[in-house]
Design a protein around this ligand. Sequence first.
Ligand code: HPA
Length: 254
Amino acid sequence: MGLVLGSGLGAVRERITQFTDLPYSGIPGLPQSTVEGHGGFLRSGLLGGRPVIALCGRVHLYEGYSAAEACLPVRVLFELGVRTLVLTNAAGALNPLFSTGTLMTITDHINFTGQSPLTGANVDAWGPRFPDMSRVWCPGLVALANAQARRLGLVLERGVYIQVAGPNLETPAETRSYRQLGADAIGMSTAIEAIAAAHMGMRLMGLSCLTNKNLPDCMAETSHQEVLDMAGRAAADMAMLLEAVAQAMPTLDA
Ligand code: HPA
């Protein structure tokens, strides 16, 4: 199982035992993260007794990387043999019924960045030129996450994640628009990684930590520090859930 750990979710990597770390700087061609709260190394070890490789820190479009560059670490995971991938992030809640500090499992996404990691010549060894996106997020893994959350007594919302390019947060009018498009949570990562992973035929699960609430008619200010603090607080729940998910994860036949 592969893991991509988002902003402030360091507690998850602490649950990985018998690990070896490899800094991104030691992997030729891997982009370097420039954002506070993003470590920048690959950790392989055991989570819930199962072998995992975690990307601790990711790069974003707003750092100036192309979508293909930002998704290179996910392609590295694929080349290392990862076929089941869990993408995590910190996100703003757009659904007014969702509370901050809770987790959401991603059932679908909207790529609102205007960019795709598949732009340019297709690498046929990874996947087809025009990959299907009708079932990017594995329903079986959504059900698995739900079952484990219930067992652990954790609230787990489910919803649609929209990725914007950032780095600015949203105006009230944008927030209203994104909600009307059908999104429940918003962030600056994940959808493009999901596209790269789906292109390569990976089985995907997504977990968002809802760090702030975006309500267009009573817009509150949001700071990056607040996002990191809230993610830090919810990271223990995320870690517990991911450990349980890893333990219960069915193996693939292929
Ligand atoms: N908007 C965009 N990205 C985010 C947010 C938000 O409100 N919170 C965390 N990442």
